[in-house]
Design a protein around this ligand. Structure first.
Ligand SMILES: NC(=O)c1ccc[n+]([C@@H]2O[C@H](COP(=O)([O-])OP(=O)(O)OC[C@H]3O[C@@H](n4cnc5c(N)ncnc54)[C@H](O)[C@@H]3O)[C@@H](O)[C@H]2O)c1
Length: 357
């Protein structure tokens, strides 16, 4: 089945199947294999209707194609969504059944797509999926995988922050800058610690008050989430959930630039124009947050060493610099420049693939 989405190109393959064991809707969207095997996490989340899960899978898999293309990966974008009815949390037995159902659907794609952790799933779940298909990555290290990717994501964020500061303030030195880190979870806590190591001035926040100890240890001023979002700092680092940059929040921002790992930071694409009008330099999250997927795929899917993967993760700085310079030269937003660059790489990949047929 081929489905049109709001991305430039239609998806190559979309499977919607009721799991034979769990009875739950399993959705796997393969957006593009023009650059290689499609990759993208397995999301286990509640949706009002399974069609909302399908919409999410189409959107997220298209974004993964752009993310992989910008990261220079020999991969395309895909996504798995298991659409749970509102309020339902699977018990241990149902969870295992649903993960096996996911594994069977992926096995049926004969290597066109591989999955990893996403919202609602983690490295241990990849072990269960891998009982049905070889195409699951980010299993724990003791199970033969590359483990939790959040530290590598954070390394990529630091590389991006240096590139952003060079472009916005004329120097990649972070020690003279101030940062507001919003969200001190797996990635945000690493980022905060690394920023503290540079001597930068820090503000931090999390909905969860128990995270305050992390801020104290890093010498960061602890504020509420709303004050963190609108803090008077050089750079805002979104490291919690997406959708925080909106028509309502952007007019209140007091930072000069934004870069962080949170996925889907803009509520709609038009919010990139609002940031541009306010001269707030926004680093596209699909570039900034790619460290984890770069490391995991390099080590697990492409047989590289951890050191080789680390070089690629730090390459996020060059990618972001290229995107920001293109935006400056053309007067476009960084979001538009990133989209253009990703689309070009995917089309080039398509041409090479078609030429080899
Ligand atoms: N883990 C990775 O390797 C990775 C890779 C790419 C992108 N991301 C994205 O980065 C973001 C953070 O990921 P993570 O793995 O650290 O998640 P996490 O769940 O470990 O941490 C998120 C933190 O944000 C806090 N939070 C949630 N809503 C908040 C709010 N409104 N205000 C303040 N704090 C809030 C939570 O309490 C939690 O501590 C997510 O958007 C994720 O999709 C993560």
């Amino acid at each position: 089945m081929t489905v049109d989405s709001d991305s430039e190109s239609p998806h190559e393959h979309v499977v919607v199947r009721r799991g034979t064991r769990s009875g739950l809707p399993i959705i796997v969207a393969v957006h593009s294999t023009a650059l290689g095997q499609a990759i993208g996490g397995c999301r286990l989340a509640n949706y009002p209707h399974w069609r909302d899960g399908l919409t999410d899978a189409l959107r997220l898999s298209a974004a993964m194609s752009d993310k992989c293309a910008l990261a220079g990966l020999p991969n395309g974008g895909g996504k798995t969504v298991v659409a749970l009815p509102p309020g339902r949390k699977p018990d241990r037995i149902t969870r295992r059944a649903v993960l096996h159902d996911v594994g069977d659907v992926i096995a049926g794609l004969a290597g066109a797509y591989a999955t990893g952790p996403d919202v609602g799933t983690g490295p241990d779940d990849m072990v269960t999926i891998a009982e049905r298909t070889a195409h699951a990555f980010c299993r724990p290290v003791d199970a033969g995988g590359s483990g939790d990717s959040s530290g590598h994501t954070a390394v990529g964020v630091l590389a991006a922050l240096r590139a952003l500061c060079a472009e916005r303030f004329g120097s990649a030195d972070l020690s003279a800058r101030s940062f507001a880190v919003l969200g001190l979870g797996r990635v945000g806590s690493h980022v905060l610690r690394m920023l503290a190591g540079t001597g930068a001035t820090l503000v931090a926040s999390d909905l969860d008050d128990s995270r305050r100890a992390l801020a104290d240890a890093a010498g960061a001023a602890w504020v509420g989430p709303r004050d963190c979002l609108t803090a008077d700092v050089d750079v805002l680092v979104p490291a919690a959930l997406g959708g925080l940059l909106t028509g309502h929040s952007v007019p209140r921002l007091r930072c000069a630039a934004i870069a962080g790992p949170a996925n889907n930071q803009l509520d709609t694409p038009a919010t990139a124009d609002l940031l541009h009008q306010r001269r707030i330099l926004w680093a596209p999250d699909i570039v900034v947050s790619a460290g984890g997927i770069i490391h995991a795929t390099a080590v697990e899917l492409h047989g590289e060493t951890s050191d080789q993967a680390a070089v690629r993760v730090r390459g996020i700085a060059d990618t972001l610099t290229g995107v920001l310079r293109t935006a400056r030269a053309t007067g476009s937003t960084p979001a538009a420049a990133a989209r253009l660059r990703a689309g070009q790489r995917i089309r080039d990949g398509q041409r090479i693939r078609d030429g080899h047929r």
